[in-house]
Design a binder for this molecule. Structure first.
Ligand code: GTP
Ligand code: MG
Length: 196
């Protein structure tokens, strides 16, 4: 699928900023800081629209990208970055809480990004528990899969399949923004929810 038009149409920086028109729904990209949310969004649309950085904490606002005038990709700030101050973590929690409480109704799919190289972190568990309470079933994207060799890859995928089952999550897609692995499958998830 080739995306023709991508526009950053709304940046939510404060608790007063308004969310955009619902259109045909939105796809949220959530996950720990530095997991590769902005990179994946760019890889999916084939354009560098979202800011990427080696340093965690790059995305600090909720950014709405309008895709072909139909729906939105929502780039959210990362959570769980240990070095951020308690105040910043509090702010993130408020931002994401507001996002979920005001917008989860318009969410077609929540993509929960988890670094394929690591174990599930406490902040990931918190997010997954939260989604259960909200009744949202995320699709998990295991990011940076290009960094694993074939045996590590098998081991990690098994590990995540097992642990995520306890959250009722069955859809897990290994991805790489670098090699583009998994991106077609992510698009398929999107197609299933759109007449696109
Ligand atoms: P925050 O905005 O800080 O929450 O981070 P983010 O989740 O948006 O991560 P971002 O896309 O900025 O990427 C973080 C770092 O990981 C950058 O140095 C990227 O180049 C790198 N990266 C992202 N995706 C991949 C991937 O699939 N493979 C590899 N090898 N590196 C990746
Ligand atoms: Mg980002």
């Amino acid at each position: 699928k080739k995306v023709e038009k991508v526009e950053l149409v709304k940046v939510i920086a404060t608790l007063n900023d308004k969310f955009p028109h619902p259109l045909n729904g939105e796809y949220a990209f959530v996950g720990r800081s530095n997991v590769g949310k902005s990179s994946l969004l760019n890889a999916l649309v084939g354009k560098k629209v979202a800011f990427v950085s080696k340093n965690p904490g790059k995305t600090s606002t909720i950014n709405y990208f309008l895709i072909d005038n139909r729906f939105y990709f929502v780039d959210l700030p990362g959570y769980g970055y240990a070095k951020t101050s308690k105040k910043d973590r509090e702010l993130w929690r408020k931002v994401i809480e507001r996002y979920f409480s005001e917008r989860s109704w318009n969410m077609k799919v929540m993509f929960s990004l988890i670094d394929s190289r690591h174990e599930l972190m406490e902040s990931d568990e918190q997010l997954l528990e939260w989604t259960q309470i909200l009744g949202v079933k995320p699709v998990v994207l295991l990011t940076k899969i290009d960094k694993l060799n074939s045996s590590e890859r098998l081991k990690q995928i098994k590990y995540f399949e097992n642990i995520l089952k306890s959250y009722g999550i069955e859809r897990i897609i290994p991805c790489s923004s670098l090699t583009k692995e998994g991106l077609d499958e992510v698009w398929n998830v999107i197609f299933e929810t759109q007449n696109y």
